[in-house]
Design a binder for this molecule. Structure first.
Ligand SMILES: Nc1ncnc2c1ncn2[C@@H]1O[C@H](COP(=O)(O)OP(=O)(O)OP(=O)(O)O)[C@@H](O)[C@H]1O
Ligand SMILES: [Mg+2]
Length: 238
């Protein structure tokens, strides 16, 4: 681990009612680092992202982001600290235009940066420029996903957490999303991505974390993930 990670969570426990979903999870992300979060259905990937974001309370452990203690903070405060979240199932305003969706999400970054303007988002997703006057509910699934990512970027995050962004999309649209995530990473934004496609994750991410029943069973670089292919595939049920 680098001496001063951007995000550092230690010993995180999380519950839904009596059900103990995260069990002492350690998870860190360096500045500008790309990390995948893997695991079969129901292993706790979404819950970990939601806990880091402050949407699910963390019991036990601590969470630091950019040197600040963010455990117990509200999601809006976590976002202000520099964490952008692209939730599973998309989260755009259906009755606003593409342009309005972006405008409403606009905010300077934690260090006053305003790198991600509407122009920058349209450059990243030319399709959104073509559709900028359309309402959210008039967009295809892929376009909605692009807009969700665009919205998250409009707050100039230093870390972007993306949950299942390619699920249910046509192969060409998926490729578009992966290509865009690589461009975002090249701009220095740290990325945590949850997805089912191991090959695409290996191309984007330098490090990979596998969760099994709310516990980390693997945390290592792409080379190690490839070297331990049998173990990895059995943990992922592939
Ligand atoms: N709102 C909720 N209330 C109660 N239990 C929940 C809730 N959300 C998730 N769970 C349970 O918590 C566990 C972890 O779920 P989570 O959604 O984090 O898994 P996941 O790894 O993201 O799975 P998937 O790959 O299906 O998205 C599962 O057993 C799930 O059934
Ligand atoms: Mg999930």
């Amino acid at each position: 681990m680098s001496a001063n990670p951007l995000l550092e969570a230690r010993g995180i426990d999380a519950f839904y009612g009596a059900s103990h979903v995260l069990r002492g999870v350690d998870f860190h992300v360096g500045r500008g680092e790309t990390v995948s979060l893997l695991g079969r259905n129901g292993m706790g990937k979404t819950t970990l992202l939601r806990t880091l974001m402050g949407l699910v309370p963390a019991r036990g452990g601590d969470i630091r982001f950019d040197g600040e203690d963010i455990k117990g903070r509200r999601p809006s405060a976590v976002a202000r600290a520099g964490v952008g979240f692209v939730p599973e199932g998309r989260g755009i305003f259906p009755n606003l235009s593409v342009e309005e969706n972006l405008i409403f999400a606009e905010r300077e970054g934690p260090d006053g940066r305003r790198d991600w303007t509407r122009g920058a988002i349209y450059q990243l997703f030319p399709r959104l420029l073509e559709r900028r006057a359309n309402w959210g509910n008039q967009l295809s699934g892929g376009e909605q996903q692009m807009l969700t990512i665009g919205r998250a970027l409009m707050s100039n995050p230093t870390l972007l957490m993306v949950d299942e962004a390619t699920e249910g999309l046509a192969p060409m649209v998926r490729d578009d999303i992966w290509r865009t995530l690589r461009l975002i990473a090249e701009r220095g934004v740290a990325i945590v991505v949850v997805d089912k496609n191991l090959d695409d994750l290996k191309k984007l991410c330098r490090r990979h974390v596998i969760l099994v029943k709310g516990e980390v069973v693997f945390d290592g670089p792409t080379e190690e993930l490839s070297a331990r292919d049998d173990f990895v595939r059995s943990q992922l049920g592939l």
